[in-house]
Design a protein around this ligand. Structure first.
Ligand code: ADP
Ligand code: MG
Ligand code: MG
Length: 209
């Protein structure tokens, strides 16, 4: 259903959007962290960009694994290993596949969520990446269960991710640097949830092309 060329386009678009939002993500992190989230993510995705040619034509698993290893090895900070683990876990369910279907998409997403939960010892409500990723995954799964097509399912996932980002403003950070602020983290939007939203939006932009 979806061949691996589309994944290359998605990864490329994620990089473009992350790099375009470098300052925005960094400013969000300035309020409740150490002002480097945009810098970290841009560095990681620039390194991923440099490997796009080499990844082209490979299977889904290999591409996702290269993205994972590149993020882990180039991104300083918490977000590198977390996103790296998400991509790595996702890669395991599509190992060797040139084409994937809806079930693979659900499995990849689920593994990404589980990977971050495990690596970050975190869950929904901690004011992290997971506050965008878990609602997005749940919306995607529900949309598929209701028989929606991939484009619509991802649109619903994007909306749920955005709601999740908004929700991070209302809650106390329980994980990562922002947790040092305790109650003072309330009122601020989580940078990691925001980068997750940008990545999901990047998937949609390619699906809509
Ligand atoms: P660092 O905090 O090391 O400077 P970044 O600024 O790149 O790393 O990333 C910060 C983001 O990482 C946070 O906004 C949050 O969304 C995410 N994060 C931090 N710790 C965790 C965790 N344990 N689980 C999930 N996400 C986390
Ligand atoms: Mg930071
Ligand atoms: Mg840092």
């Amino acid at each position: 259903m979806c061949n691996s060329n589309i994944l290359i386009k998605i990864i490329e678009n994620m990089g473009k959007n992350i790099i375009e939002n470098k300052d925005y993500l960094t400013e969000l992190d300035r309020a409740i962290g150490d002002a480097d989230h945009g810098i970290n993510m841009s560095k990681g995705f620039s390194a991923v960009d440099a490997k796009l040619d080499e990844m082209s034509g490979k299977d889904w698993g290999s591409i996702l694994k290269t993205v994972a290893m590149t993020l882990i090895s180039t991104v300083g900070g918490a977000s590198g290993p977390l996103y790296g683990t998400a991509f790595l876990r996702a890669s395991t369910v599509v190992d060797g596949k040139m084409e994937i279907d809806k079930e693979d998409i659900i499995n990849m997403f689920e593994q990404a969520v589980e990977g971050i939960k495990m690596r970050g010892k975190s869950n929904k409500g901690d004011k992290t990446i997971l506050d965008a990723l878990i609602p997005a995954f749940e919306a995607l799964k529900l949309a598929y269960e209701e028989g929606k097509d991939t484009k619509i399912a991802f649109k619903m996932a994007e909306e749920a991710a955005l709601e999740g980002v908004e929700y991070t403003k209302d809650i106390i950070a329980k994980k990562g640097r922002a947790s040092y602020l305790g109650e003072r983290s309330i009122g601020h939007q989580d940078p990691g949830a925001t980068s997750t939203y940008i990545m999901i939006k990047s998937i949609n932009e390619v699906l809509e092309q």
